[in-house]
Write a protein that binds this ligand. Structure first.
Ligand code: HEM
Length: 521
């Protein structure tokens, strides 16, 4: 084919086809889509690039779509069409309908396109299909039961003791600045790797708590929108040799290092288990089972037990358990330090219940403390969890929302930002006020507990599988650290904790150096 034919016939034809395709798609999405009747910005209904713009580039760093959704709700009402194939609802009373009605006859799925954003498409967190998710989750759920976790508190205590010892010996009374985010990230990842894999990463031993692994999670979050939209990026990263990727994309290198190290860990654990399974049971492992013991002993079919899938689960657990726990602890301590009355009340309760500061009470005992519980709930409320909406698809049934019928197969999402900042449920929603959680408070109907509106851990069949572990970490760490130590904020203000960028997890303003303190005691 000559260049002339290419230029005069083929290219114009391709161009014309593309125009016809885009035009037809626009007409379909505007007038014939099953959700064409729902209100919202026309451009958002026509093209996914609307969301991409807010996620990737708006205000230079992206992470702005949540506030665009809020603007749409203010203009169009409680249900809006936010993309060509997704609705968003802002109505706290509808949360349970969207997230909690999963059953064998009403399977609820996640969107297929979201499964690749963290590079772990077969981990439970990413599994779109409701039935497959249920069987994968069942294999791990027992490991995170409250009863089993209670027997693990000693190992959590040891790690908290290590952190507390370092605060006393390396920071107290000196001019050194302690980055609470780094410290709690190290602690959180050590707890997960110790409890789940019996291979503690010992990040809490890193000088200045600057463990390379800790920077990794933030990097993963910063690229999560890009991963979701440009799946080929992840495919290239997986396909190219590690050293090539590291040279081309230095930002991604720590993520690759984490993957390599987890793969190695999983390989070693599996080979240890295989070896020891030949010996008597008492020689298998030393003290406690790993998550792999549970998964391998489950009813999952063999193809679900592949090295690759187990590695993905391990990677997902390590990442999911770091940023979330850290940001809740940082949120709690920041507000206690910023509001002396809150700190004084909490310290009084802790001094009363922990008369000898160098002991660590049991999680069961700590959970009975009303003000500590209130501080944790309020930290979870303003921490928002994984704040991005996690849409659900009811494959077989329509949903009824007020006068609207939502057709089967439609992605419907809600999020904890809209829930937790709703002034009818949480008056003065941006104020950190633990008192709102005291004396068994109720929601707006005067019947349902206020905690029903605390959705930081999600809800229903895909509620955070490690919620009890997270609570144990929060109760034991905050009680120990605040009972023993005295901190002063250092060059830190509200803008270092206030949610400004949505990168799946809530992030403060770009350029924030995090919450830093000096230690008096
Ligand atoms: C304060 C701490 C935490 C918060 C706020 C949090 C929040 C959440 C939320 C909102 C979900 C549901 C996501 C969805 O609906 O799509 C979730 C799921 C999940 N979380 Fe957490 N999480 C926390 C701690 C942890 C920890 C410590 C681990 C690991 C040890 C963990 C592992 C997971 C996993 C594996 C899932 C997927 C569950 C499933 O799909 O069935 N999380 N988490």
């Amino acid at each position: 084919m000559s260049f002339v034919i290419l230029r005069s016939v083929v290219l114009p034809a391709v161009f014309l086809l593309a125009v016809v395709y885009c035009f037809s798609l626009t007409i379909y999405r505007m007038y014939f889509s099953p959700i064409a009747k729902f209100p919202g910005t026309k451009l958002a209904a026509i093209t996914h690039w609307y969301q991409k713009y807010f996620d990737l580039v708006a205000k230079r760093h992206g992470g702005q779509f949540l506030w665009e959704i809020k603007r749409m709700h203010e203009k169009y009402g409680p249900v809006v069409r936010i993309t060509p194939d997704e609705l968003h609802i802002d109505d706290p009373e509808y949360w349970y309908e969207v997230y909690c009605n999963n059953s064998s006859t009403r399977p609820i799925d996640k969107q297929e396109k979201l499964r690749y954003r963290f590079g772990v498409p077969d981990a439970i967190f990413s599994t779109p299909d409701g039935e497959q998710h249920r069987s994968r989750r069942q294999a791990m759920a027992g490991f995170f039961s409250k009863q089993r976790l209670r027997t693990s508190q000693d190992r959590v205590n040891q790690l908290i003791e290590r952190v507390s010892h370092r605060i006393s010996t390396e920071y107290a009374g000196s001019d050194r600045v302690l980055d609470l985010g780094d410290m709690f990230s190290c602690l959180a990842v050590d707890i997960v790797t110790e409890l789940c894999f019996r291979r503690c990463t010992n990040c809490t031993e890193a000088p200045d708590f600057k463990a390379p692994l800790v920077g990794v999670t933030a990097n993963t979050l910063w690229i999560s929108h890009w991963n979701a939209y440009f799946r080929f990026l992840q495919a290239w990263i997986d396909w190219l040799p590690v050293n090539v990727v590291a040279t081309l994309l230095p930002l991604v290198k720590p993520v690759l290092d984490l993957r390599v190290s987890i793969k190695q860990q999983v390989g070693e654990i599996l080979s240890d288990m295989n070896k020891s399974s030949f010996g008597p049971k008492e020689t298998r492992g030393t003290d406690h089972a790993t998550i792999f013991d549970d998964i391998l002993a489950s009813n999952l079919p063999t193809h679900e037990l592949s090295f690759d899938r187990l590695t993905q689960e391990a990677f997902a657990l390590t990442s999911a358990g770091m940023e979330t726990v850290k940001s809740t602890m940082v949120m709690g301590i920041f507000h206690c330090l910023e509001q002396p009355a809150v700190l004084a009340r909490l310290k009084a309760e802790l001094t009363d219940s922990i008369p000898v500061p160098n002991t660590i009470p049991s999680w069961v005992e700590l959970e009975k403390l009303p003000y500590l519980t209130a501080v944790i709930n309020e930290s979870l409320r303003l921490g928002f969890g994984s704040v991005q909406r996690s849409p659900r698809i009811n494959r077989l049934h329509a949903l009824q929302y007020k006068q609207w019928v939502i057709p089967p197969g439609t992605a419907v999402g809600m999020d904890s930002y809209h829930m937790h900042t709703n002034p009818h449920i949480f008056p003065d929603p941006f104020v950190f006020r633990p008192e709102r959680w005291l004396h068994d408070p109720k929601g707006p109907d005067g019947r349902r507990p206020l905690t029903n509106y605390l959705t930081t851990f999600g809800a229903g069949s895909r509620i955070c599988i490690a919620m009890h572990l997270a609570y144990m970490e929060l109760f034991v760490t905050l009680a120990t650290v605040l009972r023993r130590h005295e901190f002063q904020l250092f060059e830190t203000d509200r803008s270092d904790v206030e949610f400004a960028l949505e990168m799946l997890a809530p992030m403060p303003r770009w350029g924030s150096r995090g919450v830093r303190v000096k230690v008096d005691r």
